[in-house]
Design a protein around this ligand. Structure first.
Ligand SMILES: Cc1cc2nc3c(=O)[nH]c(=O)nc-3n(C[C@H](O)[C@H](O)[C@H](O)COP(=O)(O)O)c2cc1C
Length: 172
């Protein structure tokens, strides 16, 4: 798909068909987009977790209480370790959140290209997510997303509500 068309049409999907699983080769192409994402000093401090097993899905779903989330057939989690990411020497800024966010964004755009819906979710309960995935103490997660097909009858939002360029850009 043409790139600008893709970013125009991507939207957060909050209506999934629980019965329609995403084929493994499609999931792998999406993961490959994350693998190719840039990271500070190329540290790649991440793990991509795809949850599709009903028992683990049910556990993960306790971390975010929305009815639509219960219908997600797969959930993608980007986890990472601060100890593995690059740190700026001047002020100790650690790039972990930036790295994991870029990887997630690459995968969200790749999913759109595959016709797979996603919704960036940050408002999950981290303790419940950690418990569901048995994450190690040093692993962090900033965002998760469902991966799935929109349910039948899903209607795309017709407009994107965004600030105008003139209100957010400075040419100096
Ligand atoms: C960092 C971040 C956190 C978000 N957290 C949530 C969330 O917890 N739940 C949710 O439904 N949407 C969440 N969203 C989705 C935004 O609400 C959505 O991207 C925004 O309203 C623009 O709509 P669009 O994605 O359809 O273009 C989040 C998006 C970002 C970037």
């Amino acid at each position: 798909m043409e790139f600008y068309q893709l970013i125009r049409q991507r939207e957060s999907v909050r209506d999934y068909d629980p019965e329609r699983k995403v084929r493994r080769e499609i999931i792998e192409r999406i993961l490959e987009a994350g693998r190719l994402a840039p990271s500070a000093a190329n540290r790649q401090p991440w793990t991509f977790i795809v949850v599709s097993t009903p028992e683990i899905l049910n556990k993960v779903k306790t971390c975010y209480h929305r009815d639509w989330f219960k219908n997600a057939p797969h959930i993608l989690i980007v986890a990472g370790r601060k100890e593995e990411s690059w740190v700026r020497s001047y002020d100790s800024y650690n790039a972990i959140e930036t790295d994991l966010t870029i990887a997630m964004d690459h995968m969200i755009l790749a999913a759109e290209n595959e016709g797979i819906g996603t919704c960036w979710i940050a408002a999950f309960n981290p303790a419940l997510l950690r418990d569901a995935l048995q994450l190690e103490d040093d692993e962090v997660v900033f965002a998760i997303t469902p991966l799935g097909y929109q349910s039948t009858g899903y209607v795309k939002k017709s407009v994107k509500t965004r600030k105008e360029l003139k209100d957010i850009v400075l040419y100096l």
